[in-house]
Every structure is written in C-alpha cells, then in structure tokens.
Write a protein of this length. Structure first.
Lengths: 91, 376
C-alpha cells in the first residue's frame, strides 16, 4: 500500500460521511464509525477531493510551526494510508 | 452503566422472493397484515437517532417488498441515521435504485449464493443470480458503499477461490464472507451445510490470501463457524448491549433468534418508546450483566469478552437458555458439538457433496435441506 502522492486529492470514500454532532467528529462508514478529534479531525476536514495531499500537509505545517515539517508530512501520510486501508479514505 | 444501542436492525417485512436454506428469519414469520405502518417506522427512526443509534440496517425478508421503502430511507436519513439496505436485489430497477440513493441511502449490501448460476439459484430456491449481477453494475454508477455478502457452507466451499474472484469482478468496496450459522432454517438443514474440517482450513487460508491481495482495494470481513472455534462468539456484542432488532410487526428483540427462547415477552414499538424498551423491557434485561450465568461462565475470565456466547444457541442445543454456549470448549455440554463435528467429518457425510445440476424438486425430494417458506 502506497502513501498518497503529493498531487492526489484525498476524499472520503463512497458511503463514508460525517455524522453526529458536537466537538468530536464522527465518520460513519459501512458497519462502523470512528471518532476523530484534534489533528485527525483537521486533516479529514480538508479531505474534500479538491485539496491535494501537499496542500493538506502545508495547511498542517502552518498550524504546527514548532514541529518538524518532514515529520508532519510523514504523519499525515500514515494517517491517510491507514484510513485508505480501511476503505474510509480514497486518493 | 447501560450504554446506548449503536445499531438498529429493522426487519421491515418477512416477505421475500428468495427461499434460502440458511435464512436467519424465524420459522414462525410475521404476516403481511401485521406489518408496521410507514409512520410508525418513521417515528422509530427518530427515536433511535435520539437514543444514540448510528446505523440503521434495513433488512427482511426482502425490504424491497415494501412499496414505501424510499420514504422509509428518506425518513431515516432526515433523522441522521446511516442507512444500510440489505437486499437480494430482486425487483430493484435502475430507476428505483436511483430513487433510494436520492432519498439518502448510504450503503447497499447484496447477497450472493454462489458464483455459478445454477448452484446459486439452487441455494436461493429462486432464479435470482442474473438479477444480482445486473444490479451490481447499476450500483457502481452511484456514490454509495457497496458490500457483497457470500454465505459459505459445505456445498460451495470447494470453489471458494472462484467465488471470491467472481465477487471481485463486481467491484464492491467490501466483501463479507460468512459461514452459515445454524439458527432457524439453517438449523433444520445443518447436516447439509456444515463444512468438513478440511474445507474450513482451506477456506481460512483462501480468505487470508484474498485479504492480502485485495488490501486497500476491497475490505474483507469474514465470519468463522463457531462450531469449530475454541470459544463462542460474542453474540450481538452481548445481549442488549449494542444492538436492537425490530421484527415486521414491531416487536423489539435483542437478536434475530431470540423468539426461540420460551417465556420471553417482547415489547412492541407501537406501545412503547425505543428508549423505554432499551432500558426497561424484560426481554432486554434478561441476559444483561452476569447474574444469569452458570459455571463455568460465572467465574471465567472470558465472560466479559464473549458473555457466555449465544443464548439462543444454548437454548436450541441444550434446552437451557442459561447454559454456557455448547460451542465453547469449556462448556459442560460441548460433547453435543463434538458429536456433530464427528458426523460431519466421517463416513458418507464426511465426503463433501458436489453441487449437482438437478432440479429444485429433485433436491427437495432427496431431503437434502428445507427451503424457507413465505409468511401468509
């Protein structure tokens, strides 16, 4: 399974959507749901099929200036790859 | 503290064009006349969402037999529920599918009986296979999640690889490969459905290979047969802990098969709110917690994981709904399962029967199994 490419445009997979309400976000998908908060929530909110992977990473890097930018990119890639594996995110 | 239910399974009708030999519906089905009205279901959806339910599974019978299905889905969507339609696909035109998606359907799950048409129709007791293939093509034109479900058993396990590659070509997001479970109609036909140990071991390997090969493309969920497991399944995630099922006439049950347990009274959504039923209904409280447990469950470390297994299976096989599920290797009555497995793996029954191309009538005459009938 490959990391998302810089130009790929991550989005929620078919049949996966936001649900619930409140501070925590809930992603609903077939036979399951995950709660996301903090950085994870921020990343997924940018996965609209328009933003590229690189744009999402840059957005995060602007927000977390104290962290190593390369680290941030790696973490975002791993996060999206794990959700891709579960068929929650497509890119 | 009592948590809220996460999923609601709504059997909106017991009518079905298929007659699958392993149908999970009860032998005593609810008739058409007793089915809940549209408005009652719509109220149930709103109450469910308020109670914290996230997923609604519309099933049956065949949910398409309800002419108000589009309205039911629209109502569930408006209530905020994630809506899954579990269907045979028979009678789902391109136009009707589009209207269901338009109404807010999130996920559709289509059952397949086999990769081979004759065999598939033989299990279903109906000519349904070709419709399902056509439907699958139509589904992929829409942006909804698509699951294919395959029930495996003694009669089809020998060509599992072929069935997986057939399903793969339908381009689902998800594949469910489930061994038949012996409740209701399937218990009646258990001898013809139970796999041999050799079939099971090969199947586990085949599924693992497919999982690795399709990783990131198709998610595979598989269910292993509890008769061959060391410990029982955590049935429904524990009695009255996560799931609620409502049958066509409105009775709320903790699981599909709970009706077999004598002495349980099931409250009806026509008379009570969902919240009241979840908290107060005697049927839901009956096997919650550990009070009811006998030894060895009562002192077993696994009691918080599998909750003593399935109450319905315990009742059906031992006659006592409080007994340890006999599929557990620690169960006092595990010998009941051992005897079934011994028979399944020896002598004439030990040889897996190949699917023949005989007519349905011939098969019925041979007494291989019993087809599901339809409610009045």
């Amino acid at each position: 399974m490959a990391h998302p490419a810089d130009t790929s445009q991550p989005r929620l997979a078919a049949g996966c959507r936001w649900g619930g309400s409140g501070e925590e976000g809930t992603i609903l998908f077939p036979e399951g749901a995950i709660k996301v908060q903090g950085t994870g929530k921020k990343i997924l909110e940018h996965c609209d099929g328009q933003n590229t992977f690189l744009q999402i990473v840059e957005e995060l890097q602007k927000h977390y200036t104290a962290s190593d930018p390369a680290h941030i990119k790696e973490d975002v890639a791993k996060f999206l790859e794990a959700l891709h594996q579960k068929r929650i995110v497509d890119y | 503290m009592l948590s809220n239910p996460l999923a609601l399974i709504a059997e909106i009708t017991h009518r079905c064009p298929l007659h699958c030999v392993y149908c999970s519906n009860p032998l005593q089905m609810a008739g058409v006349q007793s089915e809940l009205a549209t408005d009652t279901w719509l109220r149930v959806w709103r109450e469910a969402a308020k109670l914290g339910v996230l997923h609604l599974h519309l099933t049956g019978g065949e949910p398409l037999a309800r002419p108000d299905l589009t309205e039911l889905i629209a109502g569930a969507h408006a209530a905020g529920l994630y809506t899954n339609l579990i269907t045979s696909g028979v009678g789902l035109s391109e136009q009707r599918l589009a209207s269901l998606v338009e109404a807010g359907l999130d996920h559709i799950q289509v059952s397949f009986q086999d990769s081979r048409e004759v065999a598939a129709n033989w299990i279903a007791g109906a000519k349904a296979h070709a419709h399902k293939i056509q439907l699958s093509r139509n589904i992929r034109k829409h942006k909804i999640a698509f699951t294919v479900n395959l029930v495996v058993h003694r009669q089809n396990l020998d060509h599992l690889e072929e069935m997986i590659s057939f399903l793969e070509d339908l381009q689902p997001d998800r594949m469910e490969i489930a061994h038949a479970q012996y409740y209701g109609w399937a218990l009646e036909s258990r001898t013809s459905l139970i796999p041999t140990r050799d079939q099971l071991e090969r199947a586990v390997k085949t599924v693992a290979e497919a999982e690795a090969r399709l990783s990131g493309k198709i998610r595979i969920d598989s269910v292993v047969p509890d008769y061959y497991a060391r410990y029982p399944k955590s049935c429904m995630g524990g009695w009255g802990r996560r799931l609620m099922l409502i049958e066509p006439a409105g009775k709320a049950l903790p699981c599909h098969a709970a009706g077999v347990i004598p002495g349980l009274e099931f409250d009806n959504v026509s008379a009570h709110s969902l919240e009241w039923i979840w908290r107060e209904s005697a049927a839901f409280r009956k096997f919650r917690g550990e009070e009811w447990m006998q030894e060895p469950c009562r002192s077993c470390d696994r009691r918080t994981e599998d909750f003593g297994g399935c109450r319905c299976q315990a009742l059906m096989l031992t006659g006592d709904a409080n007994a340890t599920d006999p599929t557990c290797s620690l169960a006092p009555q595990h010998k009941l399962i051992e005897a079934v497995l011994l028979a399944a793996n020896s002598g004439e029954q030990g040889t897996s029967r190949p699917i023949t191309t005989g007519s349905l009538r011939q098969v019925q005459e041979q007494g291989l199994w019993m087809y599901r009938t339809n409610p009045e």
